[in-house]
Ligand binder design. Structure first.
Ligand code: BGC
Length: 856
């Protein structure tokens, strides 16, 4: 039986401006391709130069027999800076449109196909409050340019791309270039760099593909509706729709809710937005099958070059699923196959179209089909290596060569009929299709927490401001200032009674196994192993009780205690700060006891022994590896100026740390110790007391990689200590006085040179107990010329950085982890209030209260 389509059925092919034109240099995509750490494997560069060769391409489409070209106009060209419209670019697109018409092709215009102007990203991109209005203003200009020459307009291509990307990336096991979880969105260097280039920060950078969260989707919905309103007003006869990327959804028993959730977020949730539209642009490339834990690929599936299952029959299946729930006419504005075997493309098109024909026969209102893509082109992050085109392009000459599939598809278009023998097929496997009966039941959202009536010190060092903070799950979801409110819906509201809400503190020089604490005096430093482990756990809780939600370890008295403790804390087994765990401190073998705590018999000399130690730390799960680069005069007169390692040994430590992805931490008083530490790539150096000019210059040269903790707490405690008569501290006190005087000059100088300095003071000795850690902040104000706010910035925002999580820890900002303190009093005025734990009305770590506020 011949398979002929309805008389007015439209046959076309599609492309998008950024993918084919070349030099779209005002766009976010171009920027993202070119920043350091870009996730794009190629740069679009000249692409396939359609900007200059559109006449040739349009003529070719007409010659092949097509009736329509779906093209996008580029916002970044038309409005290169905010509010400035380019007449030349509008004239260019006017010529392109006219060229289509002159060749008998209907131009199907897409107003936005993924790429946005860079300036829009600076205004919040697809999270921006003004974005819908700005898109509407741009739409009005484009409609004026079209001047009645386009019958149909797609406002936004694949409004659900942000949602869809998550499932694709999960399924093909790829690291998401455009982000799944907040960390991946923010962490990669490229996003930081792109954000900086448009004058914003990574947390606020949101391109179209990232807008898969509620706020992004709400922005896209509003932009579509605003543009549609404009079109209705200025070009009443033009049909308007949006496009959705719709993979066909199937499931196996137990996968119902996963499937329903995918169908809901990709399709059903857009139905109200489309309610006033004239058509739906439907895109299909594959199917997704869900089980209880998510999408999976069926065993033995044929995969396309683009990394997902080859399923020509998914088009008809999804058209049927859509038609069961949406009465709008359907235009299939994208469908195609990525691959270099063009015979597979021909077979794909034939099967897909036979299926589509059956849909039409069954009365489904499908009115057109656009193959993706007319040309091999720039496939976004995947670059030029993925080939969807009907026409190949040799990019060295820009010569176009139609593939057999182009002629094959052109003949179908010309005849409005499929070749004899074209047969629809069935999707493989025994999977259940999505149906209107299967509805998504959203889980009841866990209530959030709102802190109201608080002043907020956000960690940046700037003055506190009155406002509100909302926490959902582990993270801060909103911060309001100047009388504005965050949403109070589904939240427990805490009245902070004017207290200060601030990020949790970080101890940069933590010794959880140093036994003494504010709760329990332990004479000396040694405990039997089991008591030591329990003491470390207790000290972890004590630090958290005192507002320290993070701790960077400066070494332990047992090899595996800290990794084990960290594991217990992270898995909810016991209270404690986030911990960068360490093993024992390494000191080389010698006859004298240098720093007893670190003395371990098997520490041999020479680079190989050092390497083995570092590797051993990796094996037991430590992250920070502590070396005593210099000795310690407090314990042995003059030792602070002695080097305990050779350069060769320390360089070996550096190499081994890099190989094993570990961080080196060094006890370094002597100038030479500091220099060697820097050369070997140490990430943290403590003390640095006797750094000379050369050492200071070296430190400055690595200021963005290194952290310094002067560790003044122990020094002050030594000076203050009143030991029993049998314990002679005379010499220790002399040394401490010298260190204090030296550091009073050193710290301001290091700060002047832009180094990142953090409080943290060797707490845990009998005369300097764990739990007293916040005293360092007061000492910084007293001795180093810091204001309280500056000291707090060092203990919070810089704390997040030393923990390796500066992009999500240590500040009160949306998206950051909710490690928060509610303080009765104002530490930005008197930082000493933090030393009394009773001033901490609430302590929250990871969104959960360690100490819940009482009566608020
Ligand atoms: C997009 C195109 C893309 C195509 C193939 C769609 O998601 O609209 O720009 O090239 O799929 O991956």
């Amino acid at each position: 039986m011949t398979k002929t389509f309805p008389k007015d059925f439209i046959w076309g092919a599609a492309a998008a401006a950024h993918q084919v034109e070349g030099h779209n240099s005002n766009s976010d995509c171009w920027l993202e391709e070119n920043v350091p750490g870009s996730p794009y494997v190629d740069k679009s560069g000249d692409s396939v130069d359609q900007y200059h060769r559109y006449r040739e391409d349009i003529a070719l489409m007409a010659e092949l027999g097509l009736g329509s070209y779906r093209l996008s106009v580029e916002w970044a060209r038309i409005e290169p800076s905010e509010g400035v419209f380019s007449d030349a670019e509008l004239a260019h697109y006017s010529d392109v449109v006219q060229c289509c018409l002159d060749h008998g092709l209907e131009p199907l215009i897409t107003l936005h196909h993924f790429s946005s102007p860079q300036w829009l990203l600076g205004l919040g991109g697809w999270h921006g409050e003004r974005t819908p209005a700005l898109f509407a203003r741009y739409t009005e200009r484009v409609m004026a340019m079209l001047a009645g020459r386009a019958k149909r307009v797609i406002t936004l291509n694949e409004c659900n791309i942000g949602v869809l990307l998550r499932s694709i990336f999960e399924q093909i096991g790829m690291v998401p270039p455009i982000g799944i979880d907040v960390r991946a969105w923010r962490a990669p260097e490229w996003r930081e760099a792109a954000a900086k280039a448009v004058g914003t920060d990574a947390a606020s950078y949101c391109n179209f593909q990232m807008a898969g969260d509620e706020r992004g989707m709400a922005t896209i919905e509003a932009a579509h509706i605003a543009a549609r309103d404009v079109i209705r007003r200025v070009a009443p006869g033009v049909q308007v729709g949006l496009a959705l990327a719709l993979s066909h959804v199937q499931y196996v028993p137990e996968g119902e809710q996963q499937a329903a959730k995918a169908w809901h977020s990709n399709f059903r949730r857009w139905l109200p937005t489309m309610a006033g539209d004239d058509f739906l642009g439907l895109h299909n490339y594959t199917r997704f099958i869900y089980n209880a834990s998510g999408p999976f690929t069926p065993p033995g599936a044929e995969m396309t070059q683009a990394g997902y299952e080859h399923t020509p029959d998914s088009l008809a299946a999804v058209v049927r699923a859509v038609a069961a729930e949406c009465k709008l006419p359907i235009y299939v504005t994208e469908n195609g196959l990525a691959g270099d075997d063009d015979t597979r493309r021909i077979a794909f098109v034939e099967r897909a179209l036979a299926g589509l024909h059956a849909c039409v026969q069954d009365g489904i209102d499908v009115r057109g089909y656009w193959y993706w893509s007319i040309l091999d082109n720039f496939e976004w992050v995947f670059g030029f290596g993925i080939h969807f085109g009907l026409v190949a392009v040799d990019r060295s000459t820009q010569k176009r060569t139609p593939k057999p599939s182009a002629y094959y598809y052109g003949a179908i278009a010309r005849n409005n009929t499929l070749p004899a023998g074209a047969q629809a097929g069935r999707l493989t496997g025994d999977y259940i299709d999505m149906s209107p009966q299967l509805q998504y039941i959203p889980p009841v959202a866990e209530p959030g927490t709102v802190f109201t009536n608080v002043r907020i010190f956000d960690g940046s060092g700037s003055a506190p401001f009155a406002g509100e903070v909302r926490v959902d799950g582990q993270r801060i979801s909103a911060v309001a200032r100047n009388g504005a409110q965050v949403s109070h819906d589904n939240a427990k509201v805490i009245d902070g009674r004017g207290g200060l809400l601030m990020p949790g503190l970080t101890e940069a020089h933590a010794h959880l196994t140093w036994p003494t604490s504010v709760e329990k005096f332990v004479p000396g430093m040694s405990l039997p192993p089991d008591e030591l482990a329990l003491t470390a756990a207790r000290n972890a809780r004590i630090l958290l009780d005192h507002g320290f939600t993070s701790a960077y370890s400066a070494g332990a008295l047992g090899k595996r205690i800290e990794p084990a403790l960290k594991d217990q804390i992270d898995s909810g087994g016991m209270p404690g700060p986030r911990l960068v765990a360490s093993s024992v401190e390494r000191e080389p073998p010698s006859d004298s006891a240098l720093l007893d705590p670190g003395k371990v018999d098997e520490h041999g000399v020479g680079p190989d022994n050092v390497r083995a130690f570092v590797k051993g730390c990796k094996d037991i799960g430590a992250k920070a590896v502590k070396f005593l680069i210099s000795g310690e005069s407090a314990l042995k007169p003059g030792a602070s100026l002695e080097l305990l390692y050779t350069e060769e040994e320390l360089m070996a430590a550096g190499e081994a740390a890099r190989e094993n992805d570990l961080w080196l931490t060094g006890h370094a008083h002597a100038a030479e110790a500091v220099k060697l530490g820097v050369k070997a790539g140490f990430r943290v150096l403590y003390h640095c007391t006797y750094a000379d000019e050369e050492a200071l210059d070296l430190l400055e040269s690595v200021k963005d990689q290194i952290f310094i903790a002067p560790s003044i707490g122990i020094i002050q405690a030594t000076l203050d200590a009143a030991p029993p008569p049998h314990f002679d501290m005379t010499h220790m006190k002399q040394d401490a006085a010298l260190v204090l005087e030296t550091q009073k000059k050193l710290v301001p100088e290091l700060r002047r040179r832009g180094l990142r300095l953090l409080p943290g003071g060797d707490y845990g000795f009998p005369f300097n107990p764990n739990g007293r850690n916040a005293r360092d902040l007061e000492l910084w104000v007293q001795h180093f010329g810091y204001t309280p706010a500056e000291a707090l910035h060092a203990a919070t925002a810089l704390g997040g950085e030393i923990m390796g999580r500066g992009d999500e820890l240590g500040q009160v900002k949306p998206g950051f982890l909710a490690d928060l303190l509610l303080v009765d009093g104002d530490p930005t005025v008197n930082v000493a209030v933090l030393q009394n734990k009773h001033h901490l009305k609430a302590i929250m770590k990871d969104g959960r209260f360690h100490k819940a506020p009482v009566g608020v």
